[in-house]
Design a protein around this ligand. Structure first.
Ligand code: G3I
Length: 373
């Protein structure tokens, strides 16, 4: 596994309650017999998953799957500001601490996600940002939180999802974000500098969504993101890596390997590391037959991960969960199936059995392991 040091030096519940239509179970020998984290490690890469403290507590089968498969974990919600600072004077570290303990017991690394995100702004903060925005609303928080976990996280997603060309700004920045409204783009600089100060050795990531679709708005997004990076780099903002969320939507948007590959080359040529941070496959609008859909989902993953792992700056991949039973895709209205069946966008099904997607992920790592002939 790549350690922090090496990195630096190298530069549910709701879904479970629904009546389920889950389809047949599919064995995927590769990962049913060998953990994905081991297969990834042999390729010199990471494999991990997002986890939820409540689900881990309540479902021993999921907890066992996480322990077996993931080399690195990230909290799906617990380290976001809405949870960590529900009021100005109250910090709630208990859920993150609990997950760190679990990760420690499993000998897993853990990532920090996320210090600044427009979607996790508690009401008191939202009010302060609109009425009396002070830089200390960024800097003090990051000093406290990144300082508390100094040296303990593999890396931090410092800022999440800063770009949104659909918002209409000429530079493609997310002008609907309360952070962007209050400080302009400077909020990103402030956040990264504060994180660097609070946790000097932590690799610091800028995490972004929807960077892979080969559609006109995707092109705008990639361009805006690269332009932002160039400005940040010019201003010496201490950014080490890019998180590619990769909630891929193969039945909704076109995807072209060359386009995605060129984009990743743009990132690595700027000296940045790449991590696939939230991989899953939104299977909505795919074929209704689960077997047919599983096959296409696995093919989409192969097409995506082959490109991601071909770039030598890529550190690995985390899936946004492990089992379909708890996937956010089944809770989020845009991706829900009208007949209330579960999404099949994660490597393991609702019974924790491996699906073709698990085999596709394993094979993508194995291709990187094999020397090119
Ligand atoms: O923990 C509370 C629980 O106490 C309460 O009873 C329940 C009632 O709704 O809510 C629970 O909190 C929910 C939390 O997930 C834990 O399940 C929040 O309402 C819900 O908003 C939250 O959603 C998460 C969302 O981020 C917002 O934080 C999703 O699970 C999580 O998958 C999603 O993750 C994001 C990434 O951080 C960034 N990229 C996109 C990705 C998907 O939207």
């Amino acid at each position: 596994m790549l350690s922090r040091r090496n990195f630096i030096s190298a530069a549910a519940t709701m879904a479970a309650a629904l009546p389920l239509r889950t389809g047949p179970a599919f064995g995927a020998e590769t990962s049913a017999t060998r953990p994905l984290k081991d297969i990834a490690k042999e390729a010199g890469l990471l494999y991990g998953a997002a986890i939820d403290s409540r689900v881990l507590r309540q479902d021993p089968a999921l907890a066992a799957l996480v322990a077996r498969e993931a080399g690195i974990v990230v909290a799906e919600s617990e380290t976001k500001r809405g949870t960590v600072q529900p009021s100005p004077s109250r910090y709630n570290f208990a859920p993150t601490d609990e997950l760190l303990r679990v990760a420690g017991r499993n000998s897993q690394d853990m990532r920090g996600h996320t210090l600044i995100w427009h979607e996790s702004v508690p009401p008191w903060l939202s009010q302060s940002l609109s009425e009396a925005p002070k830089e200390s609303l960024i800097t003090d928080y990051i000093k406290v939180v990144a300082g508390r976990y100094r040296g303990r996280f593999h890396s931090w997603d410092v800022v999440n999802e800063p770009v949104a060309p659909d918002d209409g700004a000429a530079d493609g920045m997310r002008i609907s974000s309360p952070w962007q409204k209050a400080f302009g783009e400077n909020y990103i600089d402030l956040a990264f500098h504060s994180a660097r100060e609070a946790d000097p050795d932590a690799p610091l990531f800028l995490n972004e969504l929807n960077l892979e679709p080969d559609v006109r708005w995707g092109e705008k997004r990639r361009k805006a993101f690269l332009n932002l990076l160039d400005r940040l780099i010019k201003r010496n903002v201490p950014i080490n890596g890019i998180g590619i969320e990769a909630h891929i939507k193969p039945f909704r948007f076109a995807y072209t390997q060359d386009v995605f590959s060129s984009f990743l080359n743009e990132l690595s040529s700027r000296g940045l590391k790449i991590l696939i941070t939230e991989f899953d496959v939104a299977d909505i609008e795919g074929p209704a037959d689960p077997a047919e859909r599983d096959k296409l989902v696995a093919e989409a993953a192969t097409s995506f991960l082959d490109v991601a792992f071909a770039n030598q700056a890529t550190l690995g991949c985390l899936t946004w969960g492990l089992s379909d039973k708890y996937s956010w895709l089944s809770r989020y209205k845009d991706y829900q199936w009208p007949d209330r069946q579960l999404s099949r966008g994660l490597p393991f099904d609702y019974k924790m059995d491996a699906k073709p997607l698990a085999a596709a992920i394993a094979q993508a790592y194995q291709k990187r392991t094999q020397p090119k002939g």
